[in-house]
Design a protein around this ligand. Structure first.
Ligand SMILES: [Zn+2]
Length: 211
């Protein structure tokens, strides 16, 4: 089973790199496995990652079994510990997500997939140093407080979670698009979905959402 999950992770991370979600060495992705998680190694070329390169980490101790995990491991650990239903965490530094996080505390959502995958709004966690326990705690609390499928980290990037790796990846795409929609219509009068319609969409997407 672990081998299968490593291959799934490799496939999705390469896909994310090809599609521009993971550029350079920025961002990191993990999946929950029994007793812990598998995460991308630090400073890696995503297109060259092999299934065996992902680092297995114990959830309770936070210790890597071998290799060097992403420096943002504390963020992933905090989310898995706070949200037992989270099965995957996708973190990237996509440009619209970063830009939206600089000018909003809560990004409005305008589309069906946005409501379905992210929720009513896309919350923004405060700036705290990358890789710090403080940032990990702030982001986990943002997910707990809002029930959102994704949040932005000010002056840094985006984090998407999901009940599967594919759901977290889809949520990461919806997050970058929601940020772009917000920035392109900022100062205009964008049409919004009425709340009844938005609630119906959120219900219909229940299988893709955390809660
Ligand atoms: Zn980052």
């Amino acid at each position: 089973m672990a081998g299968e999950m490593r291959r799934e992770l490799r496939t999705m991370v390469r896909r994310g790199a090809r599609e521009g979600l993971l550029r350079g060495t920025f961002g990191n992705v993990s999946i929950r496995v029994p007793g812990g998680l598998l995460i991308t190694p630090t400073a890696t070329d995503y297109l060259k990652l092999r299934a065996e390169d992902f680092v297995a980490v114990d959830l309770a101790s936070g210790q890597a079994q071998s290799g060097r995990p992403s420096s943002e491991l504390p963020l992933h650990l905090a989310i898995y510990r706070a949200l037992p239903e989270a099965q995957a965490v996708w973190h990237d530094h996509t440009p619209f997500a970063v830009a939206a996080g600089l000018v909003a505390d809560d990004v409005p959502i305008y589309t069906g997939e946005g409501h379905g995958l992210i929720g009513r709004t896309l919350p923004v966690a405060p700036y705290l140093p990358s890789g710090s326990a403080e940032l990990a705690d702030a982001v986990a609390k943002t997910f707990e407080r809002t029930g959102a499928g994704a949040c932005l980290m000010r002056n840094h990037g985006a984090v998407a979670i999901g009940p599967s790796l594919f759901a977290a990846y889809s949520c990461a795409i919806a997050t970058e698009e929601a940020a772009m929609h917000f920035l392109l219509t900022r100062g205009l009068a964008p049409a919004t979905l009425d709340e009844e319609e938005a609630a119906a969409i959120r219900t219909a997407f229940a299988a893709y959402r955390m809660r």
